[in-house]
Design a protein around this ligand. Structure first.
Ligand SMILES: [Zn+2]
Length: 229
């Protein structure tokens, strides 16, 4: 079973893939019932200035097929709303802790801020940095603070750096994603396996283990309408 831990693509083309589809708070439609997809819901830092109702949001997060909070986080390319982004991010962390769902993080030039906030909040739920594209040193620091890293376009855009990063982190901390790229997640697995010089089967198994560990496989398995397991 392949896992696409962060995507905006709702289409289901492959039943060997579990995907976590991101719902922004601006999405009014929520797919209820037995839609065979999992969701994450969060307030994106780019939407920091928009109006939203946190109570509605809390209700969405309670739904069973919403398995993660996010993407939320901090983005320094949008400096003008940084204060507000921070405020919202703390709220999302609080939701994640209270509702016991992992947090999917959008971080641009803010890896050290994320680590400081993790220390300050003492948050216990798993945190996944999606779309990681930093240095091996930042990867090490994030891993030391127990974060997970998810890779997508970085594997294609900056192969040399991606090889160094991938080979410097434990596979127990690894996820892969398609985000908005429109790629097939299986291709992303192939690319990562080539860069890591390992078998795609190995990655498939290890990342599925990571998924089961942090998204509560036992709980999901009972909802077999979602997957046909
Ligand atoms: Zn995204």
């Amino acid at each position: 079973m392949f896992v696409d831990v962060h995507t905006h693509d709702i289409n289901i083309d492959n039943h060997e893939v579990i995907k976590i589809v991101n719902l922004g708070f601006t999405v009014n439609t929520f797919w209820d019932g037995d839609f065979p997809v999992l969701f994450s819901a969060g307030i994106h830092p780019w939407d920091a200035n928009q109006n939203f109702d946190l109570n509605d949001f809390r209700e969405i997060l309670r739904k069973e097929n919403v398995v993660a909070v996010g993407e939320s986080g901090l983005d320094k390319s949008h400096k003008e709303t940084f204060g507000k982004q921070h405020e919202i991010f703390l709220k999302m962390i609080d939701f994640s802790e209270k509702i016991h769902k992992p947090l999917i993080i959008h971080a641009v030039r803010t890896y050290s801020d994320i680590i400081s906030i993790k220390k300050e909040t003492k948050a216990k739920m798993p945190w996944i940095i999606h779309g990681f594209q930093g240095s091996p040193e930042s990867a090490q620091q994030l891993i030391r603070h127990d974060l997970f890293l998810s890779f997508g376009e970085f594997l294609y855009r900056n192969e040399n750096q991606a090889v160094k990063v991938l080979r410097s982190i434990p596979v127990e901390k690894l996820f892969l994603e398609t985000d908005v790229s429109g790629r097939n997640i299986v291709d992303v697995y192939e690319k990562a396996a080539a860069l890591m010089n390992c078998d795609i089967d190995f990655l498939e198994e290890k990342i599925f283990d990571n998924f089961k560990q942090i998204f509560g496989y036992g709980k999901l398995e009972e909802q077999d309408t979602y997957f046909g397991w």
